[in-house]
Ligand binder design. Structure first.
Ligand code: G6D
Length: 350
C-alpha cells in the first residue's frame, strides 16, 4: 500500500493537496482536499491496462466553478430542495437559491467548494484519507454547527469505501453523497452508452419539470426504469419515455433500493471487461447519465459531451424535507450521521 501527497496549488494561501492512494495490485485513487474531489481511479481492463475510469478536469481552475460537480462530495443536502426553503421545528429556513428558485447540492458554497482539513493514513491492508470540515450555523441558510468527516479508504480487494460521519448541535437536514462520473471504457475513450446498468430497485421517483420529485413513488415494472435484469444505457437514451425526455434524454432520477450491501447497483462495460459494484446503506441512488455535461472545460483531455460519464449518487431521497412519506433526512441535534458506500472494481471474468 502506498500513500503519496503533493501540493498542487494554493487558494488564498491555503495549500491544495493531491493524495494518491495505491494498493498492492496497482489500483490507484487520487483525490484533493478541495471538495474531497476524486480525479483518478485507475483500474485494469481485461488486458491488464490500468486506465482512469472517472471524469476529471484537465485544469484545476475548472474545479473552482465545477458546474457538473465533477468528482466532488455533495452537502449539506444532495439533490434539490424546492423553493430553497423548509420548515423544521416550527421555523422556516431559507437556503441559498443557486438554481433559479431552488437549492441544489448544498448551495453556492456547498461542500464541493470547501477546502477540507485532510490527513492521510496507511495500514497493512488499507490506505486512505480522512477529510474533516466544520459547517457553521447559518452556512447556506442551514441551522446548526455541523462537524463532518468523510473518509476515503482503498483496500487490497480493489474496493474503494467512502464513509461519512457528522454531528450537529441543532436539528438540520443532512444527506451527503459523492458526485463522481464513472466511465469504465478507460480514459473516456468511449461514452457510457454501451455500459449496462443493473439496480435492485422496484420503485423510482418521477420528476417534475424542475427535476424535483413529484412525491409519487412509482413501480418500475413495465417502464424504462426497470433495471432489475439490467439494461444497456443506449436503450434508455434512445427511448421516447416522457420522464427520460424531460431530463434531456437519460436518467436524472432517484431509485429506491430494495436491499443493502447486496450488489444492489452493478455497472459493467463489456468491451473493457470492467465491472463496478456499488453497495450502500443509503435508501436511494440518484442515477445521472451526464445529460447536461457542459462543454467548456476539457475533461480527460477531450471536450466533454453528453453521456461521457454516469453518476451513482447514493443518498436520501431528494427534497425529502417536503415529503413526510419519504425517509427523513433530518439529523437530530447530538445524533451521529453515519453512512457508507463501497465501490468494488472487478473484471467480468472474475
Ligand atoms: C444537473 O439535474 C442534474 C443534476 O442531477 C446533476 O447533479 C447536475 O446537473 C450536475 O443539474
Amino acid at each position: 500500500m502506498r500513500l503519496v501527497q503533493e501540493q498542487r496549488t494554493k487558494i488564498n494561501d491555503q495549500p491544495i493537496i493531491a493524495f494518491t492512494l495505491t494498493n498492492d495490485h496497482g489500483m490507484e485513487i487520487t483525490c484533493l482536499n478541495y471538495g474531497c474531489i476524486i480525479t483518478n481511479i485507475l483500474v485494469p481492463d481485461k488486458n491488464g491496462n490500468y486506465e482512469n475510469i472517472v471524469l476529471a478536469f484537465d485544469d484545476f481552475s475548472s474545479y473552482l466553478t465545477n458546474r457538473p460537480y465533477l468528482g466532488a462530495v455533495i452537502g449539506r443536502v444532495a439533490g434539490r430542495i424546492k423553493n430553497s426553503c423548509f420548515e423544521l421545528n416550527g421555523k422556516t429556513y431559507k437556503l441559498y437559491a443557486n438554481e433559479n428558485k431552488n437549492h441544489l447540492h448544498g448551495g453556492e458554497k456547498g461542500f464541493h467548494h470547501v477546502i477540507w482539513q485532510a490527513a492521510g493514513f496507511s495500514k497493512k491492508e488499507e490506505v486512505g484519507v480522512r477529510f474533516s470540515h466544520r459547517s457553521i450555523d447559518g452556512e447556506e441558510g442551514y441551522p446548526g454547527n455541523v462537524n463532518v468527516q468523510v473518509t476515503y479508504t482503498l483496500n487490497n480487494q480493489n474496493e474503494f469505501i467512502i464513509s461519512y460521519h457528522a454531528i450537529s448541535d441543532q436539528d438540520t437536514p443532512l444527506t451527503l453523497t459523492n458526485h463522481t462520473y464513472f466511465n469504465l471504457s478507460g480514459n473516456a475513450k468511449r461514452d457510457i452508452l454501451q455500459h449496462e446498468l443493473k439496480i435492485k430497485s422496484d420503485r423510482f421517483l418521477p420528476l417534475d419539470h424542475k427535476f424535483i420529485p413529484t412525491g409519487e413513488i412509482k413501480d418500475v415494472a413495465g417502464t424504462l426504469f426497470d433495471l432489475r435484469q439490467g439494461k444497456v444505457l443506449k436503450e434508455v437514451i434512445d427511448s421516447t419515455d416522457p420522464q427520460i425526455f424531460l431530463v434531456g434524454q437519460g436518467y436524472d432520477h432517484p431509485f429506491i433500493l430494495n436491499t443493502h450491501h447486496d450488489e444492489e447497483i452493478v455497472l459493467c462495460d463489456r468491451e473493457s471487461g470492467r465491472t463496478l459494484i456499488v453497495e450502500t446503506d443509503e435508501p436511494a441512488v440518484v442515477v445521472y447519465t451526464g445529460n447536461q455535461l457542459p462543454n467548456e472545460e476539457t475533461i480527460n483531455g477531450i471536450p466533454p459531451r453528453k453521456y461521457l460519464g454516469i453518476c451513482l449518487e447514493t443518498q436520501a431521497l431528494p427534497d425529502a424535507v417536503h415529503h413526510p412519506h419519504f425517509p427523513s433526512c433530518i439529523l437530530r441535534a447530538g445524533e451521529v450521521y453515519s453512512s457508507t458506500t463501497k465501490y468494488a472494481f472487478r473484471l467480468s471474468h472474475e
